[in-house]
Design a protein around this ligand. Structure first.
Ligand SMILES: NC(=O)c1ccc[n+]([C@@H]2O[C@H](COP(=O)([O-])OP(=O)(O)OC[C@H]3O[C@@H](n4cnc5c(N)ncnc54)[C@H](O)[C@@H]3O)[C@@H](O)[C@H]2O)c1
Length: 451
């Protein structure tokens, strides 16, 4: 079997695929390969997740348990913590976390550990692809040397004359563009960028991904592919910072920034709308740009746009608190001792993910100012201890009309679609809206403060 694994082999119908890291990225990817008929094994260090997957259960809100069950029963998908089973795989895709550490520097320990767990199991002509978001050079400089320790080689080769360079295994990088909760663009509709360590590696990865996405975009190297993902996310981060800053100015100038953005968006070319909010959230946009600023330092290069965007976006929760203090003040109340209900702790609407959510920062800032806080979020019945925050004593309160009326202020931090904004405004004494969620509310608009 191993000798038959030419790059073209990966376009075939019987490719055994291992996915390391069964989270928001890895699990949908695994199910997509199972959908097209491949046999997939999920590898994870979290025993509880493995147990749930094999029992046909889901732990991610937008991923259906039925789909998992269907593939487990059809023997297209199983999950394990036994990494020696990586030997049975033809292709291994790495989808583990790449967070920042306490000093806000790249924490590549998960990628490193994963490479170390693949190394002793690496097989000739196996395809390994890193999907975790990271700085340009990670696949070449970190993953490749670990994998090569066992003796198999994957020579770095690109450009003229590299086409026929022989390789013992294939190694590539392909960034994940999954957007959890996006109903318009699922995995299959999003083109996939792929860069190989050498041309054969690139061809093998292109052949594999062509099975699950409508378009594969090959690039010249793993470094280029790594940079593509960072460009995409830095583009978002910088543009969000821009509208966040313009929102602050618009508030001062008594302009409605959302009206301005929506009107600008009618221009059919050269403009793309971004919307302001209470701050950045999620696993990607607040984190990924710093992977590049860190790497840039090695080249004596300061990434000023990234730093400035970071500064503006980080200030947003503080601006929200200032606005809320002002709104309470106009009701002759101080924030200290006021009863405040925060709506939405998830980092964006309609997802069950609170990583880096600005709502957590808001809870922290308002608690420190002596506010009496409750929260509601249909996706989080209770909060647990996290890396930077501990709100483990908080539980989502019910949104009854009486309850809404009992708060001095309701703060809309995340605009979940399931909220009845008419009822929220009607019953509340004061609403601070960070997302323009109340734009269609007719009655009681005078109670809403935008910020
Ligand atoms: N969530 C997104 O929307 C998104 C989008 C694009 C890219 N990404 C990138 O994809 C990568 C994965 O993100 P995610 O959101 O899926 O993370 P996640 O935390 O949801 O999932 C990661 C999984 O990896 C497992 N894991 C950790 N260490 C492991 C190890 N050594 N071996 C095996 N499994 C291990 C964890 O238990 C977890 O199940 C990150 O680099 C992220 O930046 C995420």
């Amino acid at each position: 079997m191993a000798a038959e694994r030419t790059p073209e082999f990966f376009a075939g119908k019987d490719v055994k695929i291992g996915i390391i890291g069964c989270g928001y990225v890895g699990l949908p990817l695994a199910l997509r390969f199972a959908d097209v008929g491949q046999r997939v094994t999920g590898f994870d260090t979290d025993q509880e997740k493995i147990h749930k997957l094999n029992a046909g259960q889901s732990y991610i809100q937008h991923i259906s348990a039925d789909k998992i069950k269907q593939h487990v029963q059809g023997k297209r998908f199983d999950a394990t913590t036994d990494f020696t089973r990586l030997r049975e795989m033809d292709a291994v895709l790495i989808c583990v976390p790449t967070p920042l550490d306490e000093r806000r520097e790249p924490d590549l320990s998960y990628v490193e550990k994963t490479a170390q767990s693949i190394a002793p199991n690496l097989q000739r002509n196996q395809l390994i692809v890193l999907e975790s978001t990271t700085y340009p050079g990670t696949t070449e400089e970190l993953v490749l040397p670990i994998l090569e320790k066992g003796g198999l080689k994957c020579p770095l080769a690109r450009g003229a004359g590299s086409e026929n360079v022989a390789t013992d295994f294939y190694l590539a990088f392909s960034p994940e563009r999954e957007d959890p909760g996006n109903k318009q663009f699922g995995l299959a509709q999003i083109p996939k960028v792929v860069g190989g360590i050498n041309p054969a590696s690139g061809r093998a990865a292109v052949a594999l991904y062509a099975q699950i996405v409508s378009k594969v975009v090959p690039v010249s190297s793993t470094r280029a592919a790594e940079m593509v993902k960072l460009l995409e996310n830095i583009f978002r981060c910088v543009n969000i910072a821009l509208v966040n800053e313009l929102k602050q100015l618009s508030l001062r100038m008594d302009l409605d920034i959302w009206e301005v953005i929506d009107s600008a968006a009618t221009k059919p070319f050269g403009f793309m709308p971004f919307y302001p909010g209470p701050g950045l959230g999620g696993h990607c946009i607040p984190v990924d740009p710093y992977y590049l600023s860190w790497k840039a330092r090695e080249y004596d290069f300061a990434t000023r746009f990234i730093e400035l965007a970071g500064e503006i976006n980080t200030a947003m929760p503080y601006n929200v608190v200032d606005a809320l203090v002002g709104a309470l003040n106009s009701h002759e109340k101080s924030v200290k001792g006021s009863k405040i209900l925060l709506l939405g702790v998830a980092y964006k609407k309609d997802v069950d993910d609170l990583r880096e959510s600005p709502s957590l920062k808001l809870l922290e800032l308002l608690t420190a100012r002596g506010a009496l806080l409750d929260y509601n979020d249909p996706y989080f019945p209770a909060l647990h201890k996290m890396r930077h925050y501990d709100f483990s004593n908080m539980k989502s309160v019910e949104l009854s009309p009486e309850r809404l009326a009992s708060y001095d202020c309701v703060l809309i931090a995340t605009d979940h679609s399931s909220y009845d904004y008419d009822a929220i405004v009607r019953k509340s004494k004061l609403v601070v809206d960070t997302r323009n969620a109340t734009r269609h509310v007719k009655q009681g608009r005078e109670k809403v403060v935008h910020c």
